[in-house]
Design a protein. Structure first.
Length: 176
């Protein structure tokens, strides 16, 4: 089965807007990451909204309880939509000398990690990630501000990326 996500051309660079996709584009993360994040964020939000609604219903009139229900539904709906947008904004691109990781909607973030600066590549999977068949790749460098994380990868993709990054990191750091 082929991956529907776009692949990046690491030999092409980009000029001007750093968030424009180099080559064929950013490699996106799995849409299942949105489900994992919704469970982590929307689940507790629903519980908090229900508690607030019950408290309002007990302390105030039924009209205020209705307002609390409508506000709770609006907030939970907005969170559900926002999480989907945030997940679609995460991507990475392997180029010849570095890895680009982009994320964020309102406040976009682009991290460029040169292969020669990588010290450690972690692959992690929490219990919810394992249930949904996801993993995260975490890159560590000498500078803490240039660490990058790529969540929402399939385990096979995460392992392949880990091996490739480790190999490229060893090749680039050998000349130091």
């Amino acid at each position: 089965m082929s991956d529907p996500r776009p692949t990046a051309d690491p030999t092409r660079s980009f000029a001007g807007d750093p968030f424009l996709a180099p080559g064929d584009g950013w490699v996106g993360v799995s849409p299942r990451l949105a489900t994992v994040r919704r469970i982590s964020v929307v689940g507790p939000a629903v519980l908090i909204a229900a508690a607030i609604t019950v408290a309002v219903a007990v302390m105030a009139s039924p009209a205020w309880a209705f307002v609390a229900v409508v506000a709770s539904v609006a907030v939970v709906s907005w969170l559900t939509w926002l999480i989907g947008r945030q997940v679609r904004a995460v991507g990475y691109c392997l180029r010849s000398d570095d890895l680009l990781v982009v994320s964020g909607i309102a406040f976009r973030r682009l991290v460029v990690v040169p292969f020669g600066r990588m010290q450690l590549v972690d692959v992690t999977r929490g219990p919810i990630d394992r249930h949904f068949g996801l993993a995260s790749v975490q890159l560590h460098t000498a500078a803490a501000t240039s660490d990058a994380s790529i969540p929402g990868l399939t385990p096979g993709e995460a392992a392949a990326l880990r091996d490739r990054l480790a190999s490229l990191g060893e090749q680039r750091s050998a000349g130091l």
